[in-house]
Design a protein around this ligand. Structure first.
Ligand code: NDP
Ligand code: A1CAB
Length: 260
């Protein structure tokens, strides 16, 4: 099975790198088209077997799957320019934020199965949370797409109307998680830890928190309750954070990133 990714930047590159170490595509069956050699070189430092080309679209007609990984404002132009190379047996995937399945189908103008997928940058290390919605696809197509993205982390088929929410929560959300880590590092350094020591401590703490929630299938507040000794130090920290608007800041940030 062959896959061609148009756009080898942050996300297209991350997808190629993730797929390149998976079991579904051989590296030589993955082609990335970009217009910057720097992006191709970067992908090749991870996996030299992946094909990286500059402005060469010849792989499109032979691809089983085409992934559109350019910025949203280039999607229409790219489709109008290259759709003549598409055929109805191909699956077309767009990861562009805010571009609907209806728009894609208008611009693709073929009977290909069309998918919108919203991954995050952890796809490079097969730890993405990816959401999937489809147009004109059958059950077999769905199974294949879920299999591909499940190998790159977790994948879930959803109604397209939830895309703005999941984009905010998980695709933008990974940046929000990094910002929490950075803030906690700064606190740790102020209290005398070395930056890397603080970072490692926070990474392991977050990993533990995530794993506890999954293992116990519990609500975060149940786990918080186990930490907050009456009259102890944790509740003082939590109350101070809430006083500074922690929960409200997170919700406001998520809603600011919620763009229909
Ligand atoms: N970054 C993220 O975390 C996420 C991004 N997305 C979506 O992924 C898409 C890509 O985002 P991102 O990877 O961040 O963007 P980048 O700008 O990092 O990557 C896109 C790449 O595609 C190149 N490109 C543009 N037009 C063409 C073309 N016609 N042919 C070949 N290459 C082309 C760009 O070149 P040039 O720079 O010269 O324009 C650039 O190198 C967006 O639609 C975004 O909404 C979705 C989920 C998460
Ligand atoms: O910031 C953005 O617009 C893209 C979409 C989701 C993550 N990054």
């Amino acid at each position: 099975m062959k896959i061609t990714i148009i756009g080898g930047g942050n996300m297209g590159g991350a997808i190629a790198i993730g797929l390149g170490s998976g079991t579904i595509f051989a590296p030589q069956d993955i082609t990335v088209i970009d217009r910057n050699q720097r992006n191709i070189n970067y992908i090749k430092t991870y996996n030299n077997g992946i094909n990286g080309v500059i402005n060469d679209y010849s792989s499109l007609s032979e691809a089983d799957i085409i992934v559109l990984a350019v910025k949203p404002w280039y999607i229409q132009e790219v489709l109008e320019k290259h759709r003549k190379a598409f055929n109805p047996y191909q699956i077309i995937i767009s990861i562009a934020s805010g571009i609907s399945l209806n728009q894609l189908s208008e611009w693709i103008l073929s009977d290909s199965a069309i998918y919108r997928v919203m991954p995050n940058t952890a796809i490079a290390i097969k730890e993405s949370m990816s959401f999937v919605a489809s147009y004109g696809a059958n059950k077999e197509n769905d199974e294949l797409i879920l299999k591909i993205f499940s190998e790159l982390g977790k994948a879930e088929l959803i109604d397209e109307k939830l895309f703005p929410a999941v984009t905010s929560l998980t695709s933008c959300g990974i940046a929000f998680a990094f910002r929490y880590i950075r803030a906690a590092m700064e606190g740790g350094v102020e209290m005398g830890l070395r930056p890397d020591q603080a970072k490692q401590a926070i990474i392991q703490t977050l990993r533990g928190a995530a794993n506890l929630l999954e293992t116990n299938n519990s609500h975060p507040e149940v786990e918080i309750d186990k930490v907050t000794t009456a009259g102890g130090t944790t509740i003082k920290g939590l109350n101070e954070m809430e006083n500074a608007g922690f929960t409200s800041a997170v919700i406001k940030g998520l809603k600011a990133s919620y763009v229909k």
